[in-house]
Design a binder for this molecule. Sequence first.
Ligand SMILES: Cc1ncc(COP(=O)(O)O)c(C=O)c1O
Length: 458
Amino acid sequence: MAFCKSVELIRTTPPGPESRRLAELETKVLAHGAYGDLADRYFIAARTEGSLIEDVDGNRYIDFGAGWGTNNIGNCHPEILEVVNATLREQGVVCWTAAGNSPQRIAAAEKLLSVCPRRTDRVVFLTTGTEADEAALRIMRRASGRPIVLTFYGQYHGLSYTGQAVGTLEAKMRADVMPLVGGYVYAPYPNPYRSPLKSSSGGGAGRATIEYIEEVLLAHEVPAELVAGVMVEPVIGEGGIAVPPDDFLPGLRELCDRHGWYLCIDEVLSGFGRCGRMWAYENWDVEPDLIVVGKGISGGVMPIAAVVARSDITERADAFVSSTYSGQPAACAAAIKTIEILQRDHLFDYANELGAHALDRLRAMKEKYGIIGDVRGKGLWLAVEFVTDRGTRGKDHKAAADVHALAIRNGLYYIHDQISWFVRIQPPINIPRDLFVQGLDILEAAIAEVDRGRRAAR
Ligand SMILES: Cc1ncc(COP(=O)(O)O)c(C=O)c1O
């Protein structure tokens, strides 16, 4: 992949004066916990366009975050803005109940179903991924009449009580929820680099997890007849882009079929082209019973999420799951247009091409820099994991923070928080090639510098 031209990015070292002024004001008016550590504030954004973010000091950053996974087709996509504005002018924000509906909501359901498995034929619109996950859990339980849901350590499903009950990204984060939790059983996610399990039949991490479910959970904790279904991220997102072995999802499907469980795949972060196909699970030979979608569904412009499921499930659940803002006409219009753009612009092929280039480059970086323990990815979703020592695989949060600080000071933005021990590469999937390569160059320079510092300190 040839590198042609570079974009001018940083004018004044971030945080610039106006960002600092606003960040100071922020400490007085915004609740701290909800917005991360304010000491880490590098910029206050003024505008976004495509794959660039500009801050209030005129600095620009290459966007390797795509919102928080919402802006798969780029920030402020003009066609999405146009259709949203037109629909808002026609209908504003409305909440039709039994007496009415909007053509956009019906058309969006049709469009969404057209890109889902043939056997899924019903949509419930919600507003956020968290809300849609909650709805899916209720639907599975009401349809089956069974109370327990099986899920996997390290997944994330939102910050609500239910989101934190089913999601186990971090123990500290769910300290207040954990004493109240019932209705779930958990197995380790088959992260090939970190799974604590060993297969008794000589398989890898995927097989080991399936064996754990059968030989530990079903033998000692819960009879299969009490389990309604499984909620799984096809690739773990927030927890570090962990890609499961190829036999995991098919093995899970087989287990679900054997025990009459529903397979619910959470595509809130992994869907809409992120993993090189419309849905991440399509990378394996598996078909879910329910799919939870959100984030990228509206091109990042309007809040909307959904559960897509088979009618025999939704009918049995008599699903009473909805809320005031769910399936707004403008959000539905954005969803239709987003799916059209993903297909029309062949963005899945493009995501796979850029992703393959990046993965090669990350592998080469791993050869050069000892702070890297693992690199991995699927489609245009990749991670570089830092370790204190390749033998012990200790998670190196400090290296991750240092790389992040250098990257951002040189004009590369990506999602990083206190729990990150990895870099998460998640640009809009239509990012121009040159800009993507420029972003990777900035990342590599930052990793090289932190690696040099580590070696010098020894
Ligand atoms: C897999 C997954 N599910 C659910 C959610 C929650 O979505 P939201 O923040 O829109 O409520 C997230 C958010 O990051 C997610 O990654």
